[in-house]
Structures are given as C-alpha cells and as structure tokens.
Design a protein around this ligand. Structure first.
Ligand SMILES: [Zn+2]
Length: 466
C-alpha cells in the first residue's frame, strides 16, 4: 500500500471544544449562533450555548462566530485508480471540507481498499470516511480492467455472491450489461440485501431500472434520454447491434448519435412523468454534471493551485490526447453546449420534482481535469447556476448522502451522538457557497484541522507536485 502523509501522527485523543459557532441546520435552512460543540473520540458529545465540560485534556478553538456545517460528501469518486492516488486524494478532500466519499470503482485489490478505510476509521490515517461501492459489474471484456464480469443471468447471480461475501457496500451495474443479465443482477443484489447502484446499462431503459429496483444511478445523461420520445428506439438499436456482435465502431457510433436524437426529441410532458416515476421509486441520482467541463475544454490553467497539488505525472497524462476525446465526433462536440444546457434544464426539473440528488464529481486521476475535493465544490456551484438555492445544493452534499448510505452515526445534522465530521466557515453558506472554498477549520473523524494545518497540507501537496 502507498505511504500516506500524516499517517504516522499520534492518535492520542483529547477532547475538542469549538466555541462561539453558528450552527447551520442544512435541512431546515436555519442558523443558531452562540453555540459550543464538544467532541471526543470522533463523536459529538454535546452541543449547546452552555456546556458542562468534563475534566481531561481539552483543545479549545474559538471560532469567533464562524458557521459550522456538517462535513461534505462526494458521492462518486475513484481514489484507487493508481497506486499512489490516496496519498494525494485524501488531503485534497479534507482541504476542501469533504469528510466523506463514496468510491465507485477501483483498480486496487479490495483488501487494500478496506485496509485504508479501517486505518482512517481508527484515526491512524488522516482522511475522509470512505464508503466502498465500487463492485462494478460489466459485460465482457469490461469497460475497465479488473471489473466483475457477467454475460449471462447465471453469471450475474454468481458474481453478486462473490461481491456479498467480500463485504462491499453495494453492487454497481455498468454500461455493457445485457438486459437479462442486468435483471438477474438486480434480483441477486436484492436477495443479498445489497443496494443496486451504478450506470443504467446502455441496453436498458430508465423505466426498466426503476422496475427492477435500482436504488442509485450514476451520471445524469440517462435522464434527458428517458425524456426523449425515442429512448426505447435508441436502446433497441444498441441491443440489436450487440446481439449480432457488431463491431465497436458501429456500437460507439450509435451511442454518439444519441445526443443529437435526444436534443430533437426531448419532451417536457414525458419528462415530468419520468421524473415523477423516479420520485416514487426513490431512485437517487449522482449527477456528476462537472464532467462536462472536460468535454468543452473548460480546464484550469497549468499553474492553477489545484493543478500544482496533483502529481506531475498525472498532469502530464492529462495533457496527452485522451481516448474519450478522440471518441467524440466533431458533430457531437458541436452539440455539447446544447446538450449541457438541456442536461441542466432537466436537472433543475428533476430537483424541483423531488428526485433525490447526491452531489458527486467523478473525480479521479483517471478522469482528466476532475479534481479530488475541488470538483465537488464546482459541482455544487453548477447546481446553484442551474437554479438550486445554496441550501438545496448543500443538502445534496451533507444530508442526502449519509442517509442514502444508511450510516447509523451520520444524518447530516450537528447533534449529540453524531460522528464529528464538520466544516467551519467564515461566512454563511446558506447565502453564498463561495465561503466553502476556504474553510476556517475542518473536523474529520473528531480531529481538528485549523487553517494553519490546512495550509501546511496544501504546501505539502504543492511540494510533492513539483
Ligand atoms: Zn466514475
């Protein structure tokens, strides 16, 4: 396993007292000033205006009326796509106030992922809480190396047995599953008591995903597609091509044609009905709208701080022509802006309809110009641009994720008995999310990281990135 910074710090615990904080209730949209929060062993022990402090070692932090929010979650990341990735990803998340991440697919052995998760929980390694949902299952040969593969309903059932016995948090469907295999996967996941999350396979409609009980869907593009009067036709064309083993150029061509078809056949009334079905099914969406930035060339300058905080070899790899860009035909690039606008319009409709949203970025060293930590804040800004209030956007990153993951000690509130994952901010985030960009302090699993510590973590990343 990679060596991690801060991994050797002593774990000797004292209590931490945050004084003079304004507690933000993200769900209610209220702020209660003049509060104190007492933390011990990674848990919130007391919250109130006047606390009774037990005797013992105590670290006090006077926030001078700072705003305290629950720690942020990024519900779709990949921190295990290369050997040294966590050493950069973990501090980047904390610097950005992200104290929880859901990993959605890894190239590391599962035992090594679990070992890092355990070290973070034991406070031997400094990092965000990790939910391991990256047991991705695809049709062969698999879209990424090391995936679970299933080409028949029987194989899908077998693979779910393996995933359940290894101890993953969920089963993740991937793009190239056939419909019968996908249906079997859903059935086996339900029997194993594991939620089915992931991509909606390319040969399956959104209605089928709802019918089989998929709990979470990654990325947003399949929703505008389901709002197209031609969704079934597009899905059938692909299934037909796959069934006769059409060559990959034809398959990718069919997929590339979809954006244009969706733009000309998106239907508002159909969309409202699709979204209502999603709400009824409580189908949670991790939109990853920020991914579109890559395709329209919205990349940071080479000397931007976020670029300097990642390893030089990752920056170099991102600078090389990328197969996903090459796969995008010119006509599709021309459609990109219209597609992004339609995605955002559909996103705003989905939120207004009550579709549960989990803020997510798809950050990974393997995904060019998507940054651990920073891209989650970019994603939240996109939600606000699309019409959500800052409160609504924050909800998708603080309250919705831990509730969806079913974490017993986290519900997106700052209350007694909750895990001590919090972010202290200079200004009221319910008025403007810009204050998220520079936290006054971050509390991760009970450990207080003040601004001096956060600055030192940034400086360390920059030094390693040179
Ligand atoms: Zn991903």
């Amino acid at each position: 396993m990679a060596t991690l910074p801060f991994g050797s710090q002593a774990t000797a615990q004292s209590m931490v007292l945050l004084e003079d904080v304004a507690i933000v209730d993200v769900e209610a949209g209220t702020v209660t000033p003049g509060q104190s929060v007492l933390i011990e062993d990674g848990m919130i022990l007391q919250v109130g205006a006047d606390l009774t402090i037990p005797t013992g070692p105590l670290e006090t932090f006077d926030s001078d009326a700072g705003y305290l929010i629950p720690g942020l979650w990024d519900s779709h990341v990949h921190i295990f796509s290369s050997p040294a990735e966590p050493a950069t990803a973990l501090p980047l998340y904390l610097i950005n106030g992200v104290t929880g991440i859901r990993d959605m697919g890894a190239l590391w052995p599962f035992e090594d992922q679990q070992a890092l998760q355990t070290q973070i929980e034991a406070r031997e390694v400094l990092g965000p809480r990790i939910v391991l949902s990256g047991a991705w299952v695809d049709g062969s040969p698999g879209s990424w190396p090391g995936m679970f593969l299933a080409d028949t309903p029987g194989q899908a059932a077998e693979v779910v047995g393996q995933i359940a016995s290894e101890g993953w948090d969920a089963v993740k469907a991937y793009s190239m599953l056939s419909e019968p295999t996908y249906r079997s996967l859903a059935e086996a996941a339900a029997e194993a008591g594991l939620p089915l999350v992931g991509h909606i396979p390319e040969q399956v409609t959104l209605a089928t995903a709802i019918e089989v009980g998929q709990a979470g869907m990654e990325h947003f593009g399949r929703i505008p597609m389901a709002c197209s009067t031609r969704e079934a036709e597009m899905v059938e064309a692909l299934s037909e091509a796959m069934a006769r083993n059409a060559d990959l150029d034809e398959v990718f061509g069919l997929m590339a044609d979809r954006n244009g078809i969706i733009l000309s056949s998106w239907d508002e009334a159909l969309c409202e009905s699709v979204l209502a079905d999603m709400v009824d099914a409580a189908l949670h969406v991790s939109p990853t709208l920020v991914v579109a930035d890559f395709y329209i060339g919205n990349w940071p300058a080479p000397d931007a701080p976020r670029m300097r905080m990642i390893p030089a070899e990752v920056r170099e790899a991102w600078g090389r022509p990328d197969f996903r860009l090459e796969a995008v035909a010119d006509e599709v690039l021309e459609l990109a802006e219209a597609t992004i606008a339609l995605d955002r319009q559909t996103f705003a409709m989905a939120h207004a309809a009550g579709v549960p949203i989990l803020a997510a970025s798809d950050a990974s060293f393997a995904n060019p110009y998507l940054f651990h930590g920073f891209s989650l804040l970019d994603e939240l800004d996109i939600y606000v641009d699309a019409g959500l209030t800052p409160q609504e956007a924050l909800y998708t990153a603080t309250v919705a994720p831990p509730r969806f993951f079913g974490l017993p000690d986290q519900d997106g509130t700052i209350t007694q008995g909750q895990r001590a994952d919090m972010v202290l901010l200079e200004a009221n985030p319910l008025a403007d999310l810009a204050t998220l960009r520079r936290p006054m302090a971050v509390v991760a699993n009970g450990r207080l990281l003040d601004r001096v510590t956060l600055d030192a973590m940034e400086a360390d990343l920059i030094a390693r990135g040179e």
